[in-house]
Design a protein around this ligand. Structure first.
Ligand SMILES: [Zn+2]
Length: 97
Protein backbone atom coordinates (compact mmCIF):
# COMPACT_ATOMS: atom_id res chain seq x y z
CA UNK A 1 0.00 0.00 0.00
CA UNK A 2 1.42 3.41 -0.88
CA UNK A 3 2.19 5.62 2.08
CA UNK A 4 -0.02 8.60 2.46
CA UNK A 5 1.87 11.73 1.47
CA UNK A 6 0.43 14.94 2.86
CA UNK A 7 -0.43 17.37 0.08
CA UNK A 8 -0.74 21.12 0.33
CA UNK A 9 -1.80 23.82 -2.06
CA UNK A 10 0.55 26.65 -2.99
CA UNK A 11 -1.34 29.87 -2.36
CA UNK A 12 0.53 31.51 -5.23
CA UNK A 13 -0.04 29.19 -8.19
CA UNK A 14 -2.59 26.81 -6.61
CA UNK A 15 -0.51 23.77 -7.48
CA UNK A 16 -1.09 20.83 -5.15
CA UNK A 17 2.23 19.32 -4.15
CA UNK A 18 3.65 17.12 -1.42
CA UNK A 19 4.02 19.23 1.71
CA UNK A 20 7.79 18.76 1.87
CA UNK A 21 8.23 20.33 -1.58
CA UNK A 22 6.53 23.48 -0.38
CA UNK A 23 7.67 26.15 2.01
CA UNK A 24 5.57 26.95 5.02
CA UNK A 25 4.89 30.55 5.91
CA UNK A 26 3.71 31.06 9.44
CA UNK A 27 2.16 33.87 11.38
CA UNK A 28 3.72 33.53 14.79
CA UNK A 29 1.79 34.15 17.99
CA UNK A 30 3.75 37.43 18.16
CA UNK A 31 2.20 38.55 14.90
CA UNK A 32 5.31 38.15 12.77
CA UNK A 33 5.10 36.52 9.36
CA UNK A 34 8.11 34.35 8.58
CA UNK A 35 9.12 31.38 6.50
CA UNK A 36 9.29 28.21 8.53
CA UNK A 37 11.76 25.83 6.88
CA UNK A 38 11.32 23.27 9.66
CA UNK A 39 7.53 23.27 9.31
CA UNK A 40 7.24 23.08 13.08
CA UNK A 41 6.63 26.56 14.31
CA UNK A 42 3.40 27.27 16.10
CA UNK A 43 0.97 29.55 14.38
CA UNK A 44 -1.30 29.86 11.42
CA UNK A 45 0.41 28.62 8.29
CA UNK A 46 0.20 28.76 4.52
CA UNK A 47 2.23 27.02 1.86
CA UNK A 48 4.17 28.31 -1.12
CA UNK A 49 6.39 26.78 -3.78
CA UNK A 50 10.05 27.65 -3.19
CA UNK A 51 9.73 30.15 -6.01
CA UNK A 52 9.75 33.95 -5.74
CA UNK A 53 7.13 34.10 -8.51
CA UNK A 54 4.67 32.26 -6.29
CA UNK A 55 5.34 34.61 -3.39
CA UNK A 56 4.79 37.57 -5.71
CA UNK A 57 1.56 36.12 -6.99
CA UNK A 58 0.29 35.38 -3.51
CA UNK A 59 1.13 38.92 -2.41
CA UNK A 60 -0.38 40.56 -5.46
CA UNK A 61 -3.62 38.63 -5.11
CA UNK A 62 -3.56 39.32 -1.35
CA UNK A 63 -3.78 35.60 -0.81
CA UNK A 64 -1.05 35.49 1.77
CA UNK A 65 -2.61 38.07 4.04
CA UNK A 66 -5.95 36.37 3.66
CA UNK A 67 -4.58 32.91 4.39
CA UNK A 68 -2.80 34.14 7.49
CA UNK A 69 -5.52 36.59 8.49
CA UNK A 70 -3.10 39.47 8.87
CA UNK A 71 -2.38 42.75 7.12
CA UNK A 72 1.09 42.58 5.63
CA UNK A 73 2.85 45.91 5.55
CA UNK A 74 5.64 46.83 3.18
CA UNK A 75 8.32 45.89 5.71
CA UNK A 76 6.82 42.44 6.23
CA UNK A 77 6.62 41.88 2.49
CA UNK A 78 10.22 42.96 2.04
CA UNK A 79 11.35 40.63 4.84
CA UNK A 80 9.52 37.69 3.27
CA UNK A 81 11.08 38.35 -0.13
CA UNK A 82 14.52 38.42 1.44
CA UNK A 83 13.94 35.24 3.43
CA UNK A 84 12.68 33.38 0.39
CA UNK A 85 15.66 34.49 -1.68
CA UNK A 86 17.95 33.14 1.04
CA UNK A 87 16.04 29.89 1.28
CA UNK A 88 16.07 29.35 -2.46
CA UNK A 89 19.70 30.22 -3.06
CA UNK A 90 21.28 28.92 0.15
CA UNK A 91 19.21 25.78 0.58
CA UNK A 92 21.77 23.85 2.61
CA UNK A 93 24.19 26.66 3.42
CA UNK A 94 22.48 27.99 6.53
CA UNK A 95 22.67 24.84 8.62
CA UNK A 96 25.39 26.18 10.89
CA UNK A 97 23.47 29.22 12.12
ZN1 LIG B 1 3.37 27.84 -6.46
Amino acid sequence: MPRHIPQRTCIGCRAVRPKRELLRVVRTPEGEVVFDPTGRRAGRGAYLCPDPACLDRALRARELGRALKIDLDAAAVEALRRQLAELVTGADAGAGR
